[in-house]
Design a protein around this ligand. Sequence first.
Ligand SMILES: [Zn+2]
Length: 452
Amino acid sequence: MGIIEMYRTTNEKKYLDLAQKLINIRGESEGTDDNSDRVPFRQMRKVIGHAVRANYLFAGAADIYSETGDTTLLTPLNAVWDDVIHHKMYITGACGALYDGVSPDGTAYKPDTVQKIHQAYGKAYQLPNHSAHNETCANIGNLLWNWRMLQISADSKYADIMELALYNSILSGINLEGNKFFYTNPLSASDDYPYALRWNGGRQPYISKSNCCPPNVVRTIAETSNYFYSQVKNGLYVHLYGGNKLATKLENGSDLVLEQVTNYPWEGTIKLKIAKIQASEFSFFLRIPAWATNATLFLNGKALAVKAKAGQYVAVKRVWKTNDVLELRLPMDVQLIESNPLVEETRNQVAVMRGPLVYCVESPDLPKETNLKEVVIPVKSNWAPKWTKIVNADVIRLEGDALSYSPKNWKYTLYQPLKNQSEKKITISLIPYFAWANRGHSEMSVWMPVSR
Ligand SMILES: [Zn+2]
């Protein structure tokens, strides 16, 4: 990525040549899965390696494709993307399940070929929660890679992943006050989990040795505005939603000043107000997130007949005038999400999402003497969105009914007969995952057992 930026800045071909060479020599000498170069890049079909290095590599390769149109790079890029998104990514958009992995793991008996990998993508469906590594930088790498895939394809599936990572596994990397950081982003925390993981112990004010995540997450938040819009010959793509002002010159030569007015992701109404334009025909391409079935569009207060299909960009073309208001309404329904049953760690469990936000249960929000592990979500729960303050931030929590079971004694016990436990109806509050670990020591879980 850096060398391609040098090329774009200086226009000197030697930088583009160097970037291509760095891809071409991968796997030529003895490489490792740790560096994603055991095989030549063009032969890669699965993601195995160190998650940060892999995601940044894919982002750089996508950059080379965008400058050269070398289609031989697209086959591996599409294949590893499918592998990550369909087999190895957490519901939060986080990448790199394992602190330490090995490969190949259990698929071939050739001990001399087995390699150790640090901060590894695991096997397909291997997604532990307590011990999830999910380095903040790997999650940022997921954003950078998907941003580049979006640039070369205009396919909204990439913007969906960008938004998922931004609001969940990237934002979780920094606390609400902005002065403490996570290196790893697990999906659950339990005081009973017996491993002293290298990165246990809450958020850190400074991460020694590899102080990569804190500056990386801060600069990513600072540059988020760069990811909102793209221009094409006949219009303007709107990838992300959030209050902002855009002043630009369209490719057709018209000046455009656009104001995006919204309280997204807390609320689903997004208004694009044209503050200034020379009358000009072009299209707005608005991303309809894959979760947003029944999105609707309005122009100057009147419903538009355009079909806003989930998981696509919807085009609205007309001669735009100053003071036109294009309004998108996204349904912010609460959804219970289940995982592929091959993810053993989350079988018969659900996660709760509202819009792009993943929610979690955290111990400070539980009724007294409720054990987080004994909380069960009935499938027909109603969830009421309610404003609340966590530290300095106004966020929407979800209040709903759950069941709590009397705790069992699991000390020195790995298995025990199933007995009836007394059941209690309780009201719980879920908070956005990114906002956890801001109120002192806590237990937390994104996934909760479901009662059907
Ligand atoms: Zn890092």
